[in-house]
Design a protein around this ligand. Structure first.
Ligand code: HEM
Length: 221
């Protein structure tokens, strides 16, 4: 977004989305390291935390600010084609996720959900069982443990693509996505509207519900 004349600063990412994003990034990094090192007590506590974060995110995708909502940013192939054509012509404008970036959001969220759900049924076959291993046969646990080990590698690949896209936006398109994810605001051409944020207290309640589902659920199961 260089050479765009007069600009204005508008709201894009609400505080709950930003806290979600950076705590997810931090926790998943530590999960990856503790998984590799076999520090499984820390790994499982953080894994449950990520599960609660992901459940929160699904809920916020329904009741959160416009840029958080799946109904706003998940678009069909037609919208993606139009976006790519506009991007080539240099006329693409979007607040929040663009139609192509939305695909990477869905892929990352989907894989993270699969990864943390499979972790519940993962065993190292020596000392450590995920908290729900007792619910399934040893054959199923072995299968889900493989899903979890392979999933970790696929996730690493997807995160690499995500980071490469961020670098591309910064260097080629002169659009600083990292800054926007910290400040929640973005410089746009005059006339482009930002969004109205949802109430952050709603997010606090939603996260409490998500955490209760995870830790309460594990107590019952
Ligand atoms: C998004 C969240 C998670 C990520 C990114 C993640 C990542 C990983 C990685 C990279 C490994 C190492 C696999 C290998 O040996 O190659 C691993 C192992 C493991 N994870 Fe997770 N994990 C997550 C969530 C969970 C959860 C929620 C649990 C259970 C509460 C869990 C339980 C385990 C166990 C028991 C192992 C040991 C498997 C083994 O040593 O064979 N993980 N995880």
């Amino acid at each position: 977004m260089s050479h765009m004349g007069e600009t204005t600063e508008v709201k894009v990412w609400d505080l709950p989305i930003r806290l979600f994003h950076w705590s997810l990034a931090l926790t998943v990094s530590v999960l990856w390291i503790t998984g590799q090192l076999g520090k499984l007590d820390i790994h499982m506590v953080l894994g449950l935390w990520v599960l609660a974060l992901l459940i929160f995110r699904l809920g916020w995708g329904v009741i959160g600010s416009p840029t958080a909502r799946f109904s706003q940013f998940v678009r069909g192939p037609g919208a993606i084609r139009d976006y790519l054509a506009a991007a080539r012509a240099g006329t693409a404008r979007s607040i929040g996720h663009n139609p192509l970036g939305a695909l990477s959001v869905l892929a990352l969220l989907g894989l993270l959900i699969a990864q943390s759900a499979s972790g519940l049924f993962t065993t190292d076959d020596i000392f450590t069982d995920g908290p729900l291993v007792h619910l399934v046969t040893s054959k199923t646990a072995a299968l889900l443990s493989s899903v979890h080990r392979i999933g970790g590698k696929v996730l690493l690949g997807l995160i690499a693509v995500h980071l490469a896209a961020v670098v591309f936006y910064k260097w080629v398109k002169k659009d600083d996505l990292v800054r926007a994810m910290f400040t929640g605001t973005k410089k746009v051409p005059m006339g482009v509207q930002g969004v109205r944020f949802a109430n952050s207290w709603l997010a606090v309640v939603l996260f409490a519900v998500a955490a209760a589902l995870v830790w309460g659920g594990l107590k019952v199961l």
